[in-house]
Design a protein. Structure first.
Length: 297
């Protein structure tokens, strides 16, 4: 009989070797489940999976809430536990019923998005304020690629030169479960990527790199990209919380406002469910309502 901790190690190996989860997802699952194991061993004095009861999970939820975690974050922890228990059940290990691990109901998701005018202002900021030509080209490549290709930050910072096909105007991304998908590049994004690659005087397999003297060939960090977007939004006097994902939201919303069909937007965003994409229709519906209200003025 294995301890809970040993079963978690087996589960993590399963995610990596059989499910082909990304390194980032595996790292998160390992972190969340280790926290659960530590709590069960220390607070509940339980080391075997069969000893965990519903009240133990309830106590763990209370512990997570006491750390002032958001409902969404607590749900991530519970989802990891549910996946873990499902793995154990599949291998004939007795656990709590997965159905007993309910997720907290979340408040309706509020999407922050930018108008086309606000996006245009941000995109102009590197040209206006950045004097260093190579940094200017890199920053423009980041902004135009985030906005025009809908890449997530993790995909952008790990993007390699070999993944880009300039002839076909697209990038090949290895997505969830090692599936590949094509992402289209706008002409502006291509031009600034080409300019940055041409201007940099060092070799790197990565497209968007750090410009620090001791790590120029390494990919830029997530924090640097997030700060860069925030700084240019501030320079553009945008009074909203702007993140890289805000640019992704904004392009999706812009397309729907321009009468793109939701199925096409779903495919471009690579949402597995149309329900995820439909949140953008609420935004475009509000916009149409505002336009319609002009008739009354």
């Amino acid at each position: 009989m294995h301890s809970i901790r040993e079963y978690v190690d087996l589960f993590i190996d399963y995610l990596s070797l059989e499910k082909n989860f990304s390194e980032n997802t595996i790292s998160n699952y390992r972190l969340w489940l280790k926290k659960m194991v530590d709590f069960m061993e220390i607070a509940q004095n339980k080391k075997n999976i069969e000893e965990i009861k519903s009240m133990d999970i309830l106590s763990y939820r209370s512990f997570l809430n006491s750390e002032w975690l958001s409902k969404k974050t607590v749900n991530y922890h519970i989802i990891a536990i549910r996946s873990f228990f499902k793995f154990l059940k599949k291998n004939n290990i007795t656990t709590l019923p997965i159905e007993s691990l309910e997720l907290s109901k979340l408040d309706p998701r509020e999407i922050v998005f930018l108008t086309q005018e606000e996006v245009d202002k941000i995109l102009k900021m590197p040209e206006k304020f950045e004097k260093n030509s190579i940094k200017r080209a890199r920053d423009l490549a980041i902004l135009y690629t985030l906005y025009g290709s809908w890449l997530r930050v993790s995909e952008l910072i790990n993007l390699k030169v070999k993944q880009i096909s300039f002839e076909n105007n697209q990038i090949t991304i290895t997505w969830k479960w090692r599936k590949q998908r094509a992402v289209f590049l706008t002409k502006q994004a291509q031009d600034y990527i080409k300019e940055f690659l041409k201007l940099r005087d060092f070799e790197s397999e990565y497209v968007i790199t750090s410009l620090s003297s001791n790590s120029r060939w390494k990919p830029i960090s997530r924090v640097s990209v997030e700060q860069l977007v925030k700084d240019y939004a501030s320079l553009a006097w945008i009074d909203k919380k702007v993140t890289p994902h805000t640019l992704r939201h904004s392009f999706a919303t812009t397309l729907l406002m321009k009468w793109a069909d939701i199925r096409s937007v779903q495919m471009l965003l690579w949402h597995s469910s149309i329900m995820t994409t439909q949140i953008y229709t609420h935004i475009s519906d509000r916009h149409l309502q505002e336009v319609h209200s002009l008739l009354e003025k």
